[in-house]
Ligand binder design. Sequence first.
Ligand code: FAD
Length: 483
Amino acid sequence: MTTPARPADAAAALLAAALGPDRVLVDSATVRQYSEDITEIPGHLPDLVVKARSTAEVQTVLSIAHGQGLPVVPVVANLNIGGLAIPERGGIVLDLAAMNRILEVNEPDQYMIVEPGVSWGDVRAKLDRDHPRLRFGYSFSPPHTSVMTNCLMDGLCNLSLLHGSTSEWINGVEAVLADGTLLRTGGGAWSRFWCTNSPMPDLTGLFINFQGATGVVTRMAVQLWPNRRLRRRLFVLAYDVDAAYGFVKSLMTEDVCDDIGGVTWPVIKLLFGQARPLFRDPGEPLVALYFDITANDERLMAAKRAVFADALAAARARGGRFDDPLDIEDLVKIEPRFVKFADFPTRFDFLLDHPGGGLTWIGSYGPTSQWEQGIRAGMATMEKHGFPPIVVTRPMRGGHFGVLRLITTFDKRDAEEVRRVRALNEALADVVVEHGFIPYKTPGWVVKRYAAQIDPGFLKVARAVKHALDPKGILNPGRWTLE
Ligand SMILES: Cc1cc2nc3c(=O)[nH]c(=O)nc-3n(C[C@H](O)[C@H](O)[C@H](O)COP(=O)(O)OP(=O)(O)OC[C@H]3O[C@@H](n4cnc5c(N)ncnc54)[C@H](O)[C@@H]3O)c2cc1C
């Protein structure tokens, strides 16, 4: 009598027959590589890794996995910083990095259609080369990471003050459901022009922030905008939180800046090569603010610069201490290392290139009315736990909400440090939630920690949606307590 094959073995054999053996990887080195990310969140081994190259192949993988009841976790670069592609229940990791075509750039209607593996670097290169009249937004994420997954996770980037989080830019998606069913959402479900999500019922939302638990998106139509001929990035060093964020708030509603951001003092020291900066001389600045101002016309640029100068003068008149604005181009001449901040995608690689390579954060969206208190409480908590208080902030969509991101680098090989980082992130999650912020790219442990605070009706309907689209619960299990 033969023993029935394990579902994973059966799936591996069927997939190797359908896609070719070179696309189905079961060796221990490969599965280990896909078992964890660079955060403190515990890893888990998948049974196999499948590399897909087309929508039809994604359908094949999901149909076979569905038949075997085997979990499927889609992934591109696995740098979401939330453990969101860790295969918590084993099964298949579906690597989509090779699906990296920009299928269309529609210049008159200002959108592009991308596959999951298209990166920030790919988009920048394509627009520079073929469509210099158009621009896209860029996150601080490494250039090889996915634009599509960022949009599906409500990401933030240098056009988010103008246009909101990146999911707001989506005109629609093509997605494969757990049983292999293919659908389109947004305008592309009807028209050959995928220039808007409206006026269709918003099925695109079924795939936003569900972290791959409702379907695997294979194409996305996403908005582009007219490029600007002139661009200035100004840095202003500030010496206390209230003055700095009073200044930011006075400008965020003025239609003057494309982007406004703030980074706390350890970022400056890291940039200058200091490892784990823990000490700031009181004479040194507390926060570096940056302001992107663009225009097509010198007169408009001059007018925007004048409003900026007035806002800074008013902030000083309120008693705030600020250094004079520094143009990034002058900064690069003085200190070439600032070139990282001069262009897009901006590279924050000093967060990744350090011994042990661990990076984690509690990133959150919430009310800018609570920013100052949240920033202070976050910094104090990080210092209390013995970590540099790295805070990144940005007003979003005309100042309707803001980013509060509390970042920690650590040595992932050091078990004791990993334990300390877990305790720190729990404390930081409490800080942001107490101040009315919601952790974004929400890790599973965060949802579990605050499940009692989340509206029960919301969770009931979210679980019903999950059940309708994925009745066997095979897609990225463990997300949002959906199963
Ligand atoms: C140094 C650094 C800086 C960063 N800065 C920013 C920033 O400024 N702004 C920002 O928003 N983010 C930032 N990030 C986070 C992240 O890297 C980006 O959001 C990035 O674009 C995610 O791409 P990825 O390829 O790593 O996605 P992955 O981690 O591979 O996937 C993310 C999620 O999407 C799911 N998924 C993957 N493919 C699909 C699919 N086809 N359909 C459905 N679900 C899918 C995965 O299962 C996972 O849950 C940063 C990360 C780093 C390391």
